[in-house]
Ligand binder design. Structure first.
Ligand SMILES: [Zn+2]
Length: 181
């Protein structure tokens, strides 16, 4: 083989790699997760490199199309926000399980996405989108922005800000708390 051919191939491979990385950096964490879920990523416990995850993310993103990928990612984030705040509703849990029937695959996809964000980073445009959530169903606050929680005694009861509908306020409050440290 001529030496020139090898050099050319190498350059091509590097270009493809760089393009993949750029594309992946433009996606939020949840978008990478749903893309991995939709990709050819195998199930199982094997570890993969960030390069391999990047390739599957691009494959899954193309498979879903941008609109569908973003929609799924928003719903996934909405489910996560309710889940972490212990506010899950049956309706949203059911729809989530229908959308992502392979629970372990979703966990694996989340891990791959986490590694990808850690290694490849995220553009500012993607970062701005990253905090957004949507619910596939009715919010436990019923659109009021407040959720009443009842404890064992009146002092342990109170209204909390809805983590979905008061996201901006809650984030501002957290930032103020951090700044005051
Ligand atoms: Zn709400």
């Amino acid at each position: 083989m001529m030496p020139g051919t090898i050099a050319e191939r190498h350059a091509e491979a590097v270009t493809v790699e760089a393009a993949t990385r750029t594309e992946v950096r433009n996606l939020t964490g949840a978008e990478r997760t749903v893309a991995l879920y939709a990709s050819d990523m195998p199930n199982g416990r094997r570890h993969h490199t960030s390069e391999q995850y990047a390739a599957w993310i691009v494959q899954g993103a193309e498979r879903l199309g941008r609109t569908e990928m973003r929609r799924l990612a928003l719903y996934l984030r909405g489910w996560q926000v309710l889940n972490v705040n212990d506010l899950m509703t049956e309706q949203i849990q059911t729809r989530h399980e229908l959308r992502f029937p392979q629970r372990h695959r979703l966990v694996r996809a989340g891990q791959g996405s986490g590694l990808s964000v850690y290694v490849d980073g995220m553009t500012k445009v993607a970062l701005a989108r990253n905090g957004k959530v949507a619910l596939d169903g009715d919010c436990p606050c019923e659109g009021t922005g407040g959720i009443m929680l009842w404890g064992n005694d009146p002092d342990a009861s109170g209204e909390i800000m809805c983590p979905v509908h008061c996201r901006a306020e809650i984030n501002a409050y957290r930032r103020a708390l951090l700044a005051a440290r």
